[in-house]
Every structure is written in structure tokens, then in C-alpha cells.
Design a protein around this ligand. Sequence first.
Ligand SMILES: [Zn+2]
Length: 292
Amino acid sequence: MITDTHVHVFPPDVIRDWEKIARKEAHFASLVRGKVHRWATVEDVVDSMNLTGIDESWIFGFAFEDQGLCRLCNDYVIDALKQHPDGLRGLAVVSPGCAGCEAELVRCRNAGMIGVGELFPQGQGVDITDPRQTWRLASLAYETGMFLLIHTAEPVGHDYPGKGNVGPKEAAMFCINHPEVSVVFAHFGGGLWQYELMPEMKRVLANAWYDTAAFPWLYSPKVLLAIDGAGVSEKFLYGSDFPILTYQRYSTLWEQAGLKGEKLEKILSGNAETLRRKTSEKVGMAPCTSPS
Ligand SMILES: [Zn+2]
């Protein structure tokens, strides 16, 4: 079983009007004008899953600054979940600083979504170290039984469009402020996982998870051995960053690192299932209604 937990999709309207949208959305503009950018619809995801043997994909739209555009993406994902209830699960995109963010999150939860993201703190103008800017999002995610997926990146190394300035330090501060919320920090958490070797940080990071998105462009396969040695491989989820990367680019990395058996199975799907189950169980899946 393979679950890809980091899959981007774009509604056809966004693909058609991207130049117009890019004039108002600076972060979106820098990403879609980047050399490696690709568009993908839900059909592209399903075709790729069939081709590469992916059983389940967690899909999400683009986290725009504009809440209306986020909603457009969520509508598209909700529709996709109805069409492919077996192979797809959905995450909601919201603009955490915008009015209507909370109602949208509740709407998406009621439509069956399991998490929120991939959020772009810098691109969306949110400082995740400032609880005044994050408490609404964090409490609502917790109350509705959704996890967060937040883009993070290495504070060192090469630059790339969309890398952003949110790394392990900022991610750790978010966990200190919101210990109850389950959070997946994308792209290896920018290296945050290493600090789980510090006893006090292990406690702080109890609800932190990490995904492998963009692995082939970031680390040598040996990083998997370091992660295993640090005892945190059960907190890692396979995520591809589709459509810019597909499963083929990852399968050789597991082999090169010599990762196989139960450990590989957990990264490829078991850990994702544990996260999803644990997060929704925390609230006992209480049905939520829109705030009046
Ligand atoms: Zn990302």
C-alpha cells in the first residue's frame, strides 16, 4: 500500500486564469513562473496513480492569500472526493489571516476533508511564531479533528522559488505555542526532526510529523538512515510534491538507502494512516456545524 500525502491539484479555472491571478498573488506568481512548475488536475493525479501504483493520494489546492481563491480550490477538491472516494482524501486550503477562514474550515471538515494545507506561512503573510496570528487556526484544527500541513524549508543550502523563511526554529515555536495540534511539516520540516534527539524537544514535538516532499532535490538517500538512527522514522510520511515529482523518483531512494520491510511500509502508508486516525479520534469525530 502506498499513500502519497503531498499532492497539489489546480482547478481548471486557476490554470486558465493564472496570469490574471498571478498579478495579485505574489507567492503564486513566483512558484508558477519557476522552472520546475507543472500544472495538474484531478484527472492527472488519478492517471499517475494508476501508472505508478499509488493506492491513495491526499490532494489539496493552492493556499492563496485570497480566501475566495482558497474556497474555489476547496470546491474542486470536495468534488474530486465525491468522484473518487476510494483513492483520494482531501486537505483544505485557507488564508489564516482572512475573515471567513474558520467557517471555510468547518465547511471542508463537514465535506469529509481530513487536514488543512499545504499552508505557505511566508506566501500567505502569516508569522507562525506569533500565537496571535495562529490561535484561531490551531484551535479550530484541533476542535474539528484536522491536522495541519505547513510548508517548511532548510535554513541553509540552495535557494529555490517558494523556499521561504520558515524553518525548524519557526516550526518548533509553533509546536511550543500549540502542543495539542498535529502538524506535518513538509520537506523534512527543514531539518526539525534532528532536534527530537534533545529530550526537551522530543516532548515539544510530540505531535509533529514530517513529509518527504521534494526529497530527490534536497537530500542524499542516506538521510533515511539518519532519520532511522534518530528514532523518528515513524513520524515520516511519504509525500511526492506531485506534479513536480512523481513516485518513480523516490523508489530508487528507498533502495539506495537500503530501506525495506516494515520500516518502508510505515513511511509509505502506515504512518499516514496513524496520523489520520489519531487526529480524528482526538475529538471523537464529533459532527461539527457551521458557526452562526
Ligand atoms: Zn511545500
